[in-house]
Ligand binder design. Structure first.
Ligand SMILES: Nc1nc2c(c(=O)[nH]1)N[C@H]1C(S)=C(S)[C@@H](COP(=O)(O)O)O[C@H]1N2
Ligand SMILES: [Mo]
Length: 341
């Protein structure tokens, strides 16, 4: 039994779009969003079978195109290589593979996935066609298609059993409960000079009754909370964090009635906002597992935002700003802070 060509082509297109969309969404996912990772893995593994079917079908045409040095076929071959690299790196990560160098295999996977999608745009410009209705609603083809998708989902489930130990996000455990001895990560290029606690202050500003400034000594850690930091580059680490509850700081300043967001700002310009009610519950930490926070982990003060991905745990915090609307410039700031210094 053979799947109609258009069904294969359009399944590949839909699968890539699902993989890209869920891959991007996974960077922000919380524990209740575990389905995003499942759909990402299942859709991607399903692509393997459909990609094989397509390569089998077009092999003669590709050989002819290569002989004629056709640019269109060149794009198709580049896309194939990138797609195979994206699938192999994703599967490799799940199965426990690593690569040398500064990046994790998961970061390489994300980069290849994005580049593959860009090349796909070029391929579609060359070759996109409108399928006939009959080719997509062929009954035997539909049955085979359902079989292929079910097989993909089952194969991804199986990686839970045979794959490496990992969180639902795909992250692997690193240095939990080991004080400051867990990975130091910058989102892009943040690498400030060590902050001198004597020169440093924490300001609570924005929609507050009065701006308040705290010195390091005002922030004697009063609370301990256990929380798990999960970096999108593929590792997680769980610790006891010691610090002050953001609610206590906000109460000292008096939050205005129309406030809705709280932004945490780093000495580097890196910044991120949380909804007010969630922000109140978070901790600004000065210590970890009984140790003073090291410079790399954000001394003197870093945000601990349980259930949020690591890039939102702002380090070297110097200002807590209460706002009415979310500051969208932070989406750019987290990528550019630390560059050009
Ligand atoms: N100011 C600032 N805060 C930051 C970052 C950064 O680059 N700059 N990186 C974030 C990222 S991507 C992660 S995963 C965590 C890592 O925290 P760690 O370096 O203490 O492990 O810090 C977050 N906070
Ligand atoms: Mo991260």
């Amino acid at each position: 039994m053979r799947l109609p060509d258009a069904l294969v082509d359009y399944t590949l297109l839909a699968g890539v779009l699902v993989a890209l969309g869920t891959g991007l969404a996974s960077l922000l996912a919380r524990p209740s969003d575990a389905w995003i990772f499942f759909v990402h893995g299942a859709a991607s593994i399903t692509l393997v079978g459909f990609l094989a079917a397509k390569l089998w079908r077009v092999q003669a045409r590709v050989r002819a195109g290569l002989a004629a040095r056709s640019p269109t076929v060149g794009v198709s071959i580049l896309l194939t290589l990138l797609a195979v690299a994206a699938l192999a790196s994703g599967l490799g990560w799940v199965l426990g593979a690593s690569i040398p160098g500064p990046w994790t295999l998961l970061v390489a996977h994300a980069a290849v996935g994005v580049i593959a999608t860009l090349v796909l745009v070029g391929h579609l410009r060359d070759r996109l066609y409108v399928p006939s209705r009959a080719s997509l609603t062929d009954r035997r083809g539909t049955l085979a298609w359902l079989g292929g998708v079910a097989l993909g989902a089952a194969a991804y489930r199986a990686t839970d059993a045979i794959g490496t130990k990992r969180r639902f996000t795909g992250s692997r455990e690193r240095g939990s409960d080991a004080g400051n001895r867990f990975p130091v990560t910058a989102w892009v290029a943040d690498d400030p000079a060590p902050v001198d606690a004597d020169d440093w202050t924490l300001g609570v500003t924005g929609l507050v009754a009065r701006d308040v400034t705290f010195d390091y000594d005002d922030l004697a850690p009063m609370e301990t909370e256990r929380a798990l930091l999960d970096c999108t580059s593929g590792w997680y680490s769980e610790h006891d964090w010691h610090g002050v509850r953001v609610d206590a700081l906000l109460r000292a300043a008096g939050v205005a009635d129309d406030a809705a967001w709280v932004q945490f700002r780093s000495v580097t310009g890196y910044r991120w906002s949380l909804p007010l009610t969630e922000a109140r519950e978070t901790l600004l930490a000065t210590g970890v597992d009984g140790e003073r926070l090291s410079h790399g982990h954000g001394f003197p003060l870093r945000l601990v935002a349980p259930e949020r991905r690591g890039f939102q745990w702002v380090k070297w915090v110097t200002e807590v700003r209460v706002t009415r609307r979310r500051d969208r410039s932070e989406w750019i700031a987290i990528h550019l802070s630390g560059l050009g210094e």
